[in-house]
Design a protein around this ligand. Sequence first.
Ligand code: 3UK
Length: 542
Amino acid sequence: MPYTAHLDTFARDRLPAPADQPEFLFELPELQFPGRLNCAAELLDKRIGQGWGERRCLIAPDGTTWTYAELQSRAHRIANVLVQDMGLVPGNRVLLRAANSPMLAACWFAVVMAGGIAVGTMPMLRARELAQIIDKAQVSHALCDAALADELAQAAAAAPALREVRHFGTTAECSLEARMARQSDRFAAVDTAADDICLLAFTSGTTGQPKATMHGHRDVMAACVCFPRHVLRAGADDVFIGSPPLAFTFGLGGLLLFPMHVGAATVLLAKASPPDLLDGIARHRATVLFTAPTSYRAMAEATRQRRLSQPQGGTLRKCVSAGEALPAATRTLWREATGIELIDGIGATEMLHIFISADEQTARPGATGKAVPGYRACVVDERLNPLPPGQVGRLAVKGPTGCRYLDDPRQSQYVQGGWNLTGDAYVQDADGYFFYQSRTDDMIVSAGYNIAGPEVEDMLLRHPDVAECAVIGVPDDERGQVVKAFVVLKPGVAGDAACARALQDYVKANIAPYKYPRAVEFRSGLPRTETGKLQRFRLRQT
Ligand code: 3UK
């Protein structure tokens, strides 16, 4: 048996069979990792050994700042509480439940340092969804913000696996903080194997039953040296900020792991709506921003007056967009508002983080970018044969990270022949740039034409009256499907027949007329997941 520090082998026992796992590539020199690795010790304890102890690490919305050494002493105390008071054994799953905050980050490091498996949960989740997660991951311990205790208590009543719950952010006698005060601020990190699992990330899933993806200590370190080192290139003097929850791997990487890997500081905002983000950037003099395309679009309007970026006298210098396709129109809007060229990147919970991207200098409108160093990507047909440039097909990737679903038959859909198939339809150009088309199952087929909804959305977004939109195919007797647009108008614009016609004419005039939306419905908002992704399947159900 290969070495593991896990005494509780739940995760290891539920890995996909070797033949169902993707091929992992470790071709770059920076991807050579030792057989024993604890990523929490690497990102925190090692940083202090390196002399970064007094550097700023975590910044709360009110400006309260923890240095690397202060985060370490909290994480070590929590690790001692987990092991001494709560009986944590390496390999146990620990549910984390809080809005983004320094305390949530300290809990994450404590769990991982103690050899536990962190199970992040979005603050918006309800008891029903929490119970599903607890049951699927057989979660035994939880650390929970007292403000979010109710739904967890309801879930716990229905989920017997959960034995130990501790709350923070309360003055109660049995609070996590009270227990921390009685523990030592020294904890020796568990000597985990590089491939011991350290986090379970549930897919934000725009459809269907939740799946748990598994990532190990090596995967975390690998993610830190691919996109961040080769594309983002942030440094120790940067101040990161953004919106994705730490329970979403986009947020975990962008707002916690990546800044700490380079010794930077990170602002953890509990609320990160576009106006909150704008305030936070100015107040904390943030330099690196991670958020989603819709958020950039909403901020662009308001940002013109705010001088956010360096070319305008502000501080912001790097902006990453991921989670959904970035419409070329949004890229332009942001550049015009701030002078900053967005860094688009496609990532996935299954892949841990971003694997195709382009930096500010090499970005092309409408393209996601090229394979991030460390990854290989191609466009393939139904039988996994590579397709030439210009042909639309399925995106296939492999690299140092990849998909391992916890005990799930859908493994064989995501991983085929060693490749991770993300479910996205892409086309490559002659220069190797990848252009997103749609989700594979979202491609609209109307009267024999293939139409990618996002292309129509991009055109609608260029119209001055449109705030947000979503384009899907709806069943049609004559054409199989017709293109339908759901449109949220800017305030003060009337959603009448004349407006619908104007939008249709606008699309027809600017892209091939067969792509225009034959149906237009006005809405006051669009259905989104807790990570902000459009739920097209819910629009199809209406
Ligand atoms: C879509 C994109 C076009 C695409 C994620 C960065 O979004 C993340 O993970 P999820 O598991 O969703 C994955 C799916 O989302 N997508 C994401 N980014 C882009 N489509 N352009 C993009 N730039 O369908 C993908 O398969 O929620 C993103 C880092 C970590 C992540 N988990």
